[in-house]
Design a protein around this ligand. Structure first.
Ligand SMILES: NC(=O)c1ccc[n+]([C@@H]2O[C@H](COP(=O)([O-])OP(=O)(O)OC[C@H]3O[C@@H](n4cnc5c(N)ncnc54)[C@H](OP(=O)(O)O)[C@@H]3O)[C@@H](O)[C@H]2O)c1
Length: 334
């Protein structure tokens, strides 16, 4: 599979590391807004064709599938451009800035019969596959409540995409998408949301908490933060037991299943190397089998997750105190 990379930033570097361990794929081209940055990425990862314009990557006839690794604010335009050029697309999370964009992306892929998937890499990791097996087997009965959070204290850097609302910054879109996707995976569609949060000095949500009521009266309790470090764990509580995901809940190396007091079973989910290789393998599997969507991360689910994030954001914006948290002179510790 001949890959192109759009946006040679931090996660694209991880993706290139992961690709090095994938037998049936290769990054053959990279695009940046700057030819120098494309060249630096090309030199670092041995990518032959470098473009200083994303449109040139779209026009490259020798690229089968493009990894969109630009900020969330560009996901819709980049994904649509590559689909229009006939490329399959793996688009980084969060899939889009809102559900309307996500729907347009899904519609475009379906109209052209091209593969498109949100790069929720968690879904393809061994621990998440084990989690799905445990839930599917009925070992913990019916899952009723999911608690999940993801938060890290980032230094305040107004120029960084995380703190820039125009680039899709904020805790909810960047980190909150992981707890929300876990709730979606385990509990299904959301039918009601209650949320609150704090908007910081740069205009992005710095911390958010939400209760999601899923169909059938199941609850998801999620938190996300970019100015304080949370436990970054998750617990799925069912009628007959529970499953714990240790930190980091989006990429755990094991899960613990408890079905009776004192009877916890640890299921190993560790892996060698860069975990992004599992989502790459899933793209290859789907394309090899002629699937335009992954059954493990469907476009309908990406649109539904974006709708949930919209509902959370609407309430956060309505409720937020809009005052910056006190300036912390202490050095940042992650
Ligand atoms: N799966 C994961 O674990 C994971 C981890 C981190 C991030 N992500 C996601 O991946 C995406 C990129 O995150 P990142 O951390 O890699 O960001 P990053 O380091 O800032 O890289 C983003 C890249 O996008 C390009 N870009 C195009 N237009 C841009 C603009 N207007 N402003 C800034 N950059 C622009 C930049 O390349 P040029 O300027 O050279 O064109 C830059 O290299 C986000 O959606 C993020 O949520 C996923």
């Amino acid at each position: 599979m001949r890959w192109g990379v759009a946006g040679p930033g931090e996660i694209a570097a991880g993706f290139a590391e992961a690709m090095a361990s994938v037998a049936d794929g290769e990054i053959v081209a990279v695009a940046s807004r700057s030819i120098d940055r494309a060249a630096a990425f090309g030199d670092r990862f041995g990518v032959a064709r470098r473009y200083g314009d994303y449109a040139d990557l779209a026009a490259d006839p020798d690229v089968d599938v493009v990894y969109v690794a630009t900020p969330a604010s560009r996901h819709e335009q980049d994904t649509l451009a590559f689909l229009e050029a006939g490329k399959h697309v793996l688009c980084e999370k969060p899939f889009a800035m809102n559900a309307g964009q996500a729907r347009r992306m899904a519609d475009a892929a379906r109209a052209r019969g091209l593969f498109l998937m949100e790069a929720v890499w968690s879904r393809f990791l061994p621990a998440y596959r084990a989690l799905e097996d445990v839930i599917g087997s009925g070992r913990i009965g019916e899952p009723l409540l999911v608690e999940a959070d993801f938060g890290m204290r980032w230094p305040m850097q107004p120029e960084h995409r995380l703190f820039d609302p125009r680039l899709g910054g904020g805790a909810l879109l960047d980190l909150g998408v992981y707890p929300v996707q876990l709730c979606s995976l385990v509990l299904g569609p959301v039918e009601h949301v209650v949320a609150d949060g704090v908007i910081g000095a740069t205009g992005v949500d710095e911390q958010v908490a939400a209760v999601l009521r899923h169909q059938g009266g199941k609850l998801g309790v999620v938190k996300a933060a970019i100015r304080t470090t949370l436990a970054c764990t998750a617990r799925i509580a069912g009628t007959d037991g529970s499953v714990d995901l240790p930190a980091f809940m989006h990429c755990p190396d094991a899960i613990t299943v408890t079905t009776r007091p004192g009877g916890a079973e640890r299921i190993d989910g560790s892996y060698e190397g860069n975990g992004l290789r599992f989502e790459i393998a899933e793209v290859h599997r789907c394309l090899g089998q002629g699937l335009a969507e992954s059954p493990l991360m469907t476009l309908d689910e990406s649109v539904a997750i974006a709708s949930t994030l919209d509902a959370v954001r609407t309430q956060v914006l309505a409720n937020a105190t809009r005052t910056a948290p006190p300036v912390d002179a202490q050095p940042t510790r992650l």
